[in-house]
Design a protein around this ligand. Structure first.
Ligand code: BES
Ligand code: MN
Ligand code: ZN
Length: 481
């Protein structure tokens, strides 16, 4: 999508702007809409659109942003998405509004998110259906150079988020660990600054990753360890951002089998890995001057004669032994080895992304990731980057007392507790055993990464949301002032 500033909307195109409730409080309402306002037909309800057909063949759209007293960047995203979904034409002129409580550059960025993420079409496997028409050109009316620049960056990032959604939505018979590895290699081939290294199960075993390998052993689709290294020539400082992702391409639960209802959603259990891979794509595309190491553990959690069992004891690459008490708590087993690997490979600051616990979704719904960590400052930087980017994130605690939930009588650790207490938090506490020295944050994205039901905001589509890509791009940008 091309983005420019423009003093006015060209004839015949779509002009749109946000209106908030109550609409009669709106200053400088376009006079062409006055009669709609008077008749009560103009609605500021979030996602509502009032469309006026213009004589020149164009359209004027007032897009509902919800209540004016709670208007924020998300309100603008919702309004812009509603306009994009009208699919009225390839050029959209959006009038930024100084009277709104969101600054112009932030408005521009939110409009882009709404248009690009809101325009996404999940129905890519339907036959005989043409691809949904997207906005190809966005003109910012009332914009500044800063607004245009932020919007252009946001556009690139949002396209990477949509690529992560494509990965999450791809069916698990297509998106195997091997194919995810191929995607990483394809990505790296597009940038001089990026290299990919993909290892198979024998190599994973040779690296001592007995925990990851235990999960992988039951699947006919062989596992992959995917490593991406972003090394720009102008990298500043000694910081190496380590991005770690859980990519379980399908989670049956293993022998601790999941219930059947909605099990198809477990194709989205690779969304953390998708966010890391496409997030690094965004960083490389923006050319950010910092070093990044991406490590993704890709495997199926399958059921079968070769599968690992409850009672098995696995040895992770840092030497710790893990008693398996539930094969469905597999994400932490994969992450244990890939987190340790990322640290060993020189990551100074770690962040992992994982659809780790159903209980995280129960706690924070489909909107927020829960963010845990061993360093409050780093955890809060991750949360702040998420909040600024539209990927909502909320800080969560780890306490040493949580260790009793994963203390094992037989081994150093067990992978789950039968007590239904603090499930996301003790999962984080388990991970902490494998992060080595230095700051680490863990984003449990089970809620926002993959939607079972429409969120009824700018993310109307079910399935993958690309959660994490915007957070990663924002975090990396903030680390390189
Ligand atoms: N992939 C699931 C978590 C999940 C559930 C993500 C629903 C998104 C939606 C994970 O591997 C899992 O099964 N976790 C268990 C942990 C438990 C056995 C301690 C869970 O949440 O029930
Ligand atoms: Mn599981
Ligand atoms: Zn899982």
């Amino acid at each position: 999508m091309e983005i420019d500033l423009s003093p006015e909307a060209p004839g015949g195109t779509v002009t749109a702007f946000a209106v908030a409730d109550p609409v009669d409080a709106q200053p400088d309402l376009d006079p062409r809409l006055a009669h709609l306002a008077e008749s009560g037909e103009l609605r500021g309800t979030s996602g509502a659109t009032s469309v006026l057909h213009l004589d020149d063949g164009g359209h004027l759209v007032a897009a509902g942003a919800g209540r004016g007293d709670e208007l924020d960047a998300d309100s603008i995203r919702d309004a812009a998405a509603a306009v994009a979904r009208l699919r009225l034409g390839p050029t959209l002129a959006w009038r930024l509004d100084e009277s709104l409580p969101v600054d112009l550059a932030e408005q521009a960025r939110a409009v882009v998110d709404g248009v690009v993420l809101g325009g996404y079409d999940q129905g890519k496997w339907k036959t005989g259906k043409p691809a949904a028409k997207q906005v190809e050109r966005l003109l910012l009316l009332n914009g500044t150079d800063q607004a245009r620049e932020l919007a252009q960056r946001a556009e690139r990032v949002a396209q990477w988020a949509n690529r992560a959604r494509d990965l999450s939505n791809r069916p698990p018979n297509d998106l195997t660990p091997e194919r995810l590895g191929e995607r990483a290699e394809e990505l790296a081939a597009g940038f001089d600054t990026l290299t990919a290294e993909v290892s198979d199960l024998d190599q994973i075993r040779a690296l001592g990753m007995g925990s990851f390998a235990g999960v992988a052993q039951g699947s006919h689709n062989p596992a992959r360890l995917i490593v991406l290294r972003y090394d720009p020539p102008d990298a500043k400082g000694d910081l190496v951002l380590g991005l770690v992702g859980k990519a379980v391409t399908f989670d049956t639960g293993g022998i601790s089998l999941k219930p059947g209802l909605y099990m198809e959603d477990m194709k989205g259990d690779m969304s953390g890995g998708a966010a890391v891979i496409e997030g690094i794509g965004a960083i490389a595309d923006l050319g950010l001057p910092l070093r990044v190491l991406g490590v993704v553990g890709a495997t199926e959690n399958a059921i079968g004669g070769g599968a690992f069992r409850p009672g098995d004891i696995l040895t992770a690459s840092n030497g710790k032994t893990i008693e398996i008490t539930n094969t469905d708590a597999e994400g932490r087993l994969v992450l244990a080895d890939v987190l340790w690997y990322a640290r060993e490979q020189g990551a100074t600051h770690l962040v992992d992304f994982a659809t780790l616990t159903g209980a995280m979704e129960r706690a924070l719904g489909d909107l927020y990731a829960g963010v845990f960590g061993n360093d409050e400052g780093w955890r809060d930087q991750v949360v702040a980057a998420g909040e600024a980017s539209g990927d909502h994130a909320w800080p969560m605690p780890i306490h040493r007392r949580f260790r009793r939930y994963h203390d094992s009588k037989f081994a150093d650790l067990k992978n789950s507790s039968i007590r239904a207490q603090a499930i996301p938090a003790y999962a984080a506490s388990f991970l902490q055993e494998f992060v080595g020295e230095g700051p680490w944050a863990h984003c449990d994205i089970a809620g926002p990464a993959f939607l079972r039901w429409s969120r009824e905001d700018y993310l109307t589509q079910i399935g993958g949301t690309g959660y994490g890509v915007r957070l990663i791009a924002e975090l990396a940008s903030r680390l390189t002032p």
